[in-house]
Design a binder for this molecule. Structure first.
Ligand code: PMP
Length: 399
């Protein structure tokens, strides 16, 4: 604490995001194609936007219940049951938040005591580590490996010493690698969590964005994505986070949710009711409509991402940058090509300066990301074609 507005130690402990410098470089050119961003290039489905507009016209501009509008909680409850086999009641087990970001942050603030250890499967979304630090916890990085298709394994957990952790954070389909875990992949992780009494925060924001054959174990019509919370003994120790930013292309509306046992989401709601009151009302109307009537829009977007994914992976392989078969989210995670004399960071910086293509160096996402680049295909095919042609020229010139 300080009287001179000096940031608290926990805030000082967190540096600026490693991606920021790239935005500054990008501003120096006017022909930059960005494959660096983590948000859809689509707009929200029209019906969802229209529902938001109509809610405003009807004067729906007040707070909602802290946990979110009941109709929306009901809709979320049925949607996650149909799609992912997740059974959470609307009264006490669903909490509507300002984006999945708030849900993740609430989980850290509700469950992490100062000095607690939070294991994070890495490479990982950049917000988890700082969120843990702000909550006073200690981050324990768990390195996933390309040989395992960047899936989390018990060997990785053991190598990191995660049996001593209090909470495990995992995100599949994964940002930044695009890795997906099937039910069979999750079973040993669930066993490890049960055996060592680990709580789990499962960020499933990319759950709708998978492109592989259906998981043989999934029920008919269900998504390929499997949630660890559906495995035996996991419901009572897991918080699932999800939201409308990715599948429904609603990043700017800031709407997400957390699912968990009543006591756990109740604890998160205690933080939420003082810190946020309620998630944005207009966005809640949009989200309700998104669940009611926009499944076809989601499917059409997933179809587009699927085509782009195939194109991008095959082009990287042609160019000579090894690229593992990412099966979810909207990212691929190629290695910098053999023969590149430098780090992934140098590669990304020079590619941006010299050829105007923005990608993100993998080390920004923690251990296991070194030597890789995160490339988002949430960009139209025409731009992707041009960007890959530029990357090819860059590699021809320098490697
Ligand atoms: N989790 C992951 C893994 C993400 O990639 C993102 C967005 N980049 C978020 C959470 C945050 O999503 P929201 O917009 O719902 O806060």
């Amino acid at each position: 604490m300080t009287r001179s507005l000096e940031p608290a130690e926990r805030v000082q402990a967190v540096g600026p995001s490693g991606i920021r410098r790239f935005f500054e470089i990008a501003e120096e050119r006017d022909d930059v194609i960005s494959l660096g961003v983590g948000e859809p290039d689509f707009s929200a489905p029209w019906a969802a936007r229209d529902a938001a507009i109509q809610s405003l016209e009807r004067g729906k501009t007040s707070y909602t219940a802290n946990r979110g509008m009941y109709d929306l909680r009901e809709a979320i409850s049925s949607y996650v049951a149909d799609r992912f086999g997740l059974e959470y009641g609307p009264d006490e087990e669903v909490l509507v938040t300002a984006g999945a970001s708030e849900a993740v942050d609430l989980a850290f603030r509700a469950f992490v005591d100062p000095g607690d250890t939070v294991a994070i499967a890495q490479p990982a979304y950049i917000s988890y580590g700082p969120g843990v630090t702000f909550a006073g916890g200690e981050v324990l990085p768990v390195r996933t490996r390309e040989e395992d298709d960047f899936r989390l394994t018990v060997e990785a957990l053991e190598a990191a010493g995660a049996e001593a952790a209090d909470l495990l954070v995992m995100c599949y389909p994964n940002n930044p690698t695009g890795a997906v875990m099937t039910r069979a992949d999750l079973e040993p992780i669930a066993e490890f969590a049960r055996e060592h009494d680990l709580a789990v925060l499962s960020d499933e924001i990319y759950a709708e964005l998978t492109y592989d054959e259906r998981d043989a174990d999934a029920s008919p019509g269900a998504a390929t994505h499997a949630s660890i919370a559906t495995l035996p003994g996991m419901r009572e120790r897991t918080i699932v986070c999800n939201g409308f930013s990715k599948a429904h292309a609603m990043t700017g509306l800031r709407l997400g949710y957390a699912l968990g046992p009543a006591g756990a989401t109740g604890a998160m709601n205690r933080v939420h009711q003082y810190g946020m009151l309620s998630a944005p009302t207009t966005a809640q109307y949009a989200a309700l409509e998104a669940l009611d009537s926009c499944a076809n829009d989601v499917e059409a977007m997933v179809d587009q991402y699927g085509r782009r994914r195939r194109f991008v992976i095959s082009r990287f392989r042609e160019i000579g940058t090894p690229c593992f078969e990412a099966k979810g989210a909207f990212y691929v995670f190629p290695e910098v090509p053999d023969g590149w004399d430098g780090s992934a960071n140098d590669f990304a910086e020079r590619l941006l300066r010299e050829y105007g293509v923005a990608v993100v160096p993998g080390d920004v996402f923690g251990v296991g990301g070194e030597g890789h680049l995160r490339v988002s295909y949430a960009t139209g095919l025409e731009d992707l074609r041009e960007a890959l042609a530029r990357i090819e020229s860059f590699v021809d010139e320098h490697v």
